[in-house]
Design a protein around this ligand. Structure first.
Ligand SMILES: Nc1ncnc2c1ncn2[C@@H]1O[C@H](COP(=O)(O)OP(=O)(O)OP(=O)(O)O)[C@@H](O)[C@H]1O
Length: 307
């Protein structure tokens, strides 16, 4: 039995139409056993996933129809991810998880992968731990600073809805990034990886901790990321003039940004990031709070994902 959680408002409301017109008819025609649930408000996916997780003693076959944010919300509700086989029909506007895993963005092809041609393969998950003990899992990346501020603005942006309707969702993040860059102020940051001396990131713009290659709708911040190596690939940006950042950012679409001095890659299974002021933190593009100290870890092969 497949349990399918649908975010009807993903890609500015197209999620519901995709479910009704492209996914449900196939399931019915093929007589696939399934139950479906609509997330009715922000946070609802976490509650639904939590209930399913606690009601299932064996393996939970969970399918998410939504964007990276919907996957992220589902992860927060699961009590034991090792008992979950996750299928994904990407209907978000950025779809960075699908991009890296090469899951088709065509819904019927993604469904076909889940039902027929894919395999449930282990995949790493990350966790952000805040100083007050709150934890948040992530599947794609977490970040502190500019990238999270961009996500925070995008979550509340009318521009994103308009651009999505025009089929230009990817450009939303670029537009907001440029605006946020002009507003960004210099903050000092410190990365501490296990068994090594702290690294100072002067004038830190952001540090992204990546499990997969892309975030923000196709920025390849971690060209070397591997979803199964048990490691976080960091992209730390500091001490770079705003003008140079304007040049460096577009090169990240091709993963060429490390050629710029001040854009540095690091790799570790866990690290602590401290900043001189509280900054926005995102997990898979979901932004819930600011912090000036986060501990980020990677759990190898924490979940199985059909791909
Ligand atoms: N019924 C709902 N009404 C309003 N918001 C919802 C509802 N269901 C889920 N959400 C919110 O939708 C967000 C997740 O959206 P998701 O990322 O899946 O799609 P997207 O925003 O179109 O894509 P992307 O993040 O790739 O740009 C979460 O913040 C979640 O709280």
């Amino acid at each position: 039995m497949y349990h399918i959680i649908i975010n009807p408002v993903s890609r500015s409301g197209k999620g519901l139409q995709i479910w009704k017109n492209q996914v449900e008819p196939i399931l019915q025609r093929k007589k696939v056993p399934y139950r479906h649930y609509f997330s009715e408000c922000a946070g609802d996916t976490t509650c639904i996933a939590g209930k399913l997780s606690s009601q299932t003693t064996d393996v939970l076959s969970l399918i998410i129809l939504g964007g990276d944010g919907t996957v992220n919300e589902a992860l927060q509700g699961l009590d034991d991810t090792s008992r979950v086989v996750l299928g994904y029909i990407p209907t978000g506007s950025s779809n960075d998880l699908a991009r890296d895993l090469k899951i088709p963005t065509n819904p019927s092809e993604a469904l076909d992968l889940i039902l027929h041609s894919g395999n449930p393969l282990p995949m790493d998950l990350g966790t952000v731990l805040y100083t007050d003990g709150e934890r948040r899992r992530f599947a794609v990346s977490c970040g502190i600073g500019f990238d999270a501020a961009v996500c925070e603005e995008a979550l509340h942006s009318g521009l994103k809805r308009v651009m999505n309707r025009l089929g230009l969702g990817k450009l939303t993040y670029l537009g907001i990034a440029l605006r946020q860059l002009l507003a960004a102020r210099a903050i000092s940051g410190k990365l501490t990886m296990e068994d090594s001396a702290p690294i100072d990131i002067g004038n830190m713009l952001f540090t992204a901790c990546m499990l997969h290659k892309y975030e923000g709708g196709g920025f390849m911040f971690a060209p070397d990321a591997d979803a199964n190596d048990g490691l976080l690939n960091m992209c730390a940006v500091g001490d770079l003039s705003k003008l140079l950042i304007l040049f460096a950012l577009p090169t990240a679409f091709k993963g060429k940004h490390f050629r710029f001095r001040g854009v540095s890659p690091y790799c570790a299974d866990s690290l602590t990031i401290e900043t001189s002021q509280p900054l926005w933190v995102h997990t898979d593009g979901e932004v819930t709070r600011k912090s000036n100290r986060i501990h980020v870890t990677c759990e190898k092969d924490a979940i199985r994902m059909i791909r």
